[in-house]
Design a protein. Structure first.
Length: 166
């Protein structure tokens, strides 16, 4: 069995005319939400084998927060450019390229693609994954390379508002 946690980056600062989207930092509430969601995931007893993230500032920081709470070595986070500006196909390719020995993996990315890939893999109506939202999908008797449309089962879909009520 394989478990995939799709995580949308935490809430970021708004972009200004002088700054590039890629370098947007996390807002204070984003850091708080990411830490709470990561702690909640850690308390559920997950054992993460790999974290893959977009190299954008907000996803990098979100991945670091999750790595810290999950006692995962942040030096081992894998950064993939296609998680920043790629489409659904690139997200699927990145998932399909996960090494077979990894059983439980986190992918930290951006919307709309986190929502699209969650719906594509499960067939569930995910809609719009909010910042710091986590979609957890289970794949039975499949290698990562075999994962495709509607091959997964939605295990949970949580967000700061749905989990903590604010």
């Amino acid at each position: 069995m394989k478990i995939l946690h799709l995580i949308r980056h935490a809430k970021a600062e708004m972009t200004s005319n002088n700054s590039k989207d890629f370098y947007r930092a996390l807002a204070t509430i984003g850091m708080i939400d990411a830490a709470r969601m990561a702690r909640n995931l850690a308390e559920s007893g997950v054992k993460i084998d790999a974290i893959i993230a977009s190299p954008a500032e907000r996803t990098t920081r979100t991945a670091e927060i999750f790595a810290d709470q999950l006692k995962f070595d942040s030096e081992k986070v894998i950064y993939k450019d296609d998680l920043y500006d790629g489409r659904l196909q690139e997200y699927l390719l990145i998932i399909n390229e996960i090494e077979h020995h990894n059983k439980e993996v986190i992918v930290v990315g951006h919307n709309p693609n986190i929502s699209y890939i969650a719906e594509y893999l499960t067939g569930a109506d995910i809609s719009d994954v909010p910042t710091s939202g986590i979609v957890t999908i289970k794949f039975e008797n499949l290698k990562w390379a075999e994962i495709t449309k509607k091959s997964g089962v939605l295990i949970s879909y949580v967000s700061p508002n749905r989990t903590f009520g604010f």
